[in-house]
Design a protein around this ligand. Structure first.
Ligand code: NAD
Length: 423
């Protein structure tokens, strides 16, 4: 029997992808349709309108969502995304993946996600502050340290989390540091949170390359996306001795066979806002980056970039998902058949939620850890999760994504069954 989903069912977006992955896991675990439906369906979701007074005095109405997928193992946790492409289905998929990620890393949360349909580059800082405060105010009855804890994602940052925390606190009448994570360190943020996702990706990438007997020194890598995740992934890979020969952002891609000078590239991006035009380096297309002949490919941008159309042209031996949902189920099948190793998002990029969890623990206890303690705990838990997933995959002869999803879904199902169904 094939453990892959029926190939005639063509998924159309991240939510379809997430449900195909869940269906595959529940089939392997022997769960009935009722349990699949329960796990496939968000527990709570809200859509809000956000009236915004622009700096020029006109009023514009934006759309926002918050989806809480599951509470079986604890409060909901997940990022807040500002992007013109946000849809409710995308937010639902991202919330479901957060549930599996938290279970896999054994942090006591269920999954959530939020999104506002906005292109932040078209708005001033003052306008983004008003958007964030109004969105926070609208979802405020649903969030809180024991309910749902937002964090940064695409298009948001530590300033967004500071505004969110302040708005929530003003409404409550006292400072509530534990309502969001990824805040500035001066405001109850954790040391190491800003780079935690990337550090985790690189810990996993080094382990994955080693498992494929690829020597780290002189290995080659391509990184898609140069934002909060991709930028530090490139930096830490280069620090580890890996030759980063291509990087990209939404505007274009740049490459150098000799290896890009990442500190210089970071300076270039600081000044110009994009990797495009960096010297020394040649301009590449987005496709050329994805199809580069490298040992390691790290997609760290958006969903669905490795799909049925291009999977057979991917030449990287190891793909480590910095982004959420970059590989569709059809692409997974092609890559698996071609012997590529795909390390799934719910494992590879879990360093962010792990240190968010550390931040929440510190905020709730009003006691702050040192940077070394954060990094040691992050490295230990990422490697531990890697070993568990690899062992489970070997035991059941499954790809890493399926093994990771099965481990996570089983933990959530156990928690659900132990609590029982109310009423
Ligand atoms: P970000 O907004 O800081 O950066 C996104 C980057 O991707 C930008 O450089 C942008 O130009 C680039 N990009 C967008 N579309 C692209 C395309 N089609 N091709 C190439 N580059 C493109 O966002 P981020 O926080 O770095 O998040 C990136 C991914 O990582 C998302 O999938 C997010 O959900 C995931 N993630 C983020 C965190 C975190 O802590 N920030 C944690 C876990 C997972």
């Amino acid at each position: 029997m094939s453990l892959h989903p029926d190939p005639v069912c063509i998924p159309a977006g991240p939510l379809d992808d997430a449900r195909v992955q869940l269906r595959e896991a529940t089939t392997i675990l022997g769960y009935d349709d009722g349990l699949y439906e329960l796990l496939a369906t968000p527990r709570r979701e809200v859509t809000v309108s956000i009236p915004l007074r622009r700096d020029n005095g006109t009023v514009e109405v934006l759309l926002g969502h918050r989806v809480q997928h599951n509470f079986s193992r604890g409060p909901a946790k997940g990022g807040l995304r500002y992007s013109p492409n946000v849809t409710l289905d995308e937010v639902r998929a991202l919330a479901m993946w957060m549930t599996w990620k938290c279970a896999l890393l054994d942090v006591p949360y269920g999954g959530a996600k939020g999104g506002v349909r906005i292109d932040p580059r078209d708005y001033s800082v003052a306008e983004l502050e008003r958007v964030t405060r109004r969105y926070t105010s609208e979802i405020s009855p649903l969030i809180g340290p024991q309910h749902d804890i937002p964090a940064p994602d695409i298009g948001t940052d530590e300033q967004t989390m500071a505004w969110l925390m302040d708005t929530y606190s003003v409404q409550r009448g006292h400072t509530v540091l534990g309502v969001s994570t990824g805040k500035p360190v001066s405001l109850g943020g954790s040391l190491g949170r800003g780079t935690a996702t990337s550090r985790g990706v690189v810990h996993i990438a080094l382990a994955a390359l080693t498992s494929r007997s690829v020597g780290i020194e002189g290995a080659t890598a391509a990184v898609q996306g140069f934002g909060k995740v991709g930028r530090y992934v490139a930096r830490f890979l280069a620090d580890a001795g890996i030759r980063v020969i291509a990087v990209s952002d939404q505007y274009g891609a740049v490459g150098s066979e000799a290896g890009l000078n990442i500190p210089s590239l970071e300076e270039h991006v600081e000044h110009t806002g994009s990797v495009v035009g960096f010297h020394p380096g040649e301009q590449l297309t987005h496709d050329e980056l994805l199809q580069a002949r490298v040992d390691l490919l790290v997609p760290a941008a958006v969903e669905g970039v490795i799909n049925a159309d291009n999977a057979h042209r991917i030449r990287a031996a190891v793909i480590v998902e910095g982004a959420n949902g970059p590989t569709t189920p059809e692409a997974d099948r092609v890559l698996d058949d071609a012997g590529r190793l795909v390390v799934p998002d719910i494992l590879a990029n879990a360093g962010g939620v792990l240190v968010s969890y550390f931040e929440w623990v510190q905020a709730n206890q009003s006691y702050w850890w040192g940077a070394a303690e954060v990094e040691t705990r992050l490295a230990h838990r990422m490697r531990n999760a890697w070993e568990q997933v690899v062992a489970h995959a070997a035991k059941l002869d499954l790809p890493l994504r399926t093994a990771a999803t099965c481990l996570a879904v089983e933990r959530v199902a156990h928690a659900h069954r132990a609590r029982g169904l109310y009423p």
